[in-house]
Design a protein around this ligand. Structure first.
Ligand code: XMP
Length: 182
């Protein structure tokens, strides 16, 4: 599995130090607010677990299962796997996602929340932001790392459901992309 990685971008220790900084800012920004964190599964699961344990606020948590990717390309169509979302009326929603790439996922989720939730505010937090021209106008309010336009895996991020459990973020080799294509 590790041999499929062309190069490591961030080791776990670097990720965790960055999460300390992000958690500190989020804790200050949301002090005395009623917060609901909405995490986008499966990619954000490890990020969520490590970040939330660093935020000492009485927050609530909801998780959404959303899919858009097939292989290394976004299908452009966001599919929500659940029909019901938690009641966040009057609450401050912080969306957590693993990566901001085309922006289609975050945009679709924000639109759904604006239309259906009655939240007092909606902000987003991503671990990674890819340096690409985004076709949609969507920005993240909290960003862990800016990365180049390459397909990355590990620390929750997958390629056709592989590599999520790698304890670092790395660029996947072209050859592994071909071998594990479905
Ligand atoms: P968009 O393009 O909608 O992407 O901003 C959001 C979702 O796509 C997945 N994604 C990736 N997954 N390596 C991955 O393992 C990548 O480089 C990558 N780029 C996008 C991811 O699930 C994200 O939530």
């Amino acid at each position: 599995m590790v041999s499929d990685i062309a190069r490591v971008l961030y080791h776990e220790s670097t990720i965790l130090s960055r999460l300390d900084e992000m958690a500190h800012r989020i804790t200050e920004d949301y002090a005395s607010k009623e917060v609901t964190v909405v995490s986008i599964l499966n990619g954000s699961i490890i990020f969520m677990a490590d970040l939330l344990r660093r935020i000492p606020l009485p927050l609530q948590l909801d998780s959404w299962s959303v899919s858009s990717y097939h292989g290394t390309k976004s299908r452009g169509q966001i599919h929500f796997r659940q029909s019901q979302i938690a009641d966040v009326r009057g609450r401050h929603v912080l969306l957590l996602d693993d990566i901001l790439d085309s922006g289609l996922t975050l945009q679709a989720i924000k639109e759904k929340l604006v239309a259906e939730s009655g939240a007092a505010s909606i902000k987003s937090c991503v671990l990674l932001r890819k340096n690409v021209q985004r076709g949609v106008e969507v920005e993240a309010d909290y960003v862990g790392f800016d990365i180049p336009n390459e397909f990355v895996v590990g620390y929750g991020l997958d390629y056709n459901e592989r590599y999520r459990n790698l304890p670092f973020i790395g660029v996947l080799k072209e050859d592994a992309i071909r071998r594990h294509a479905v």
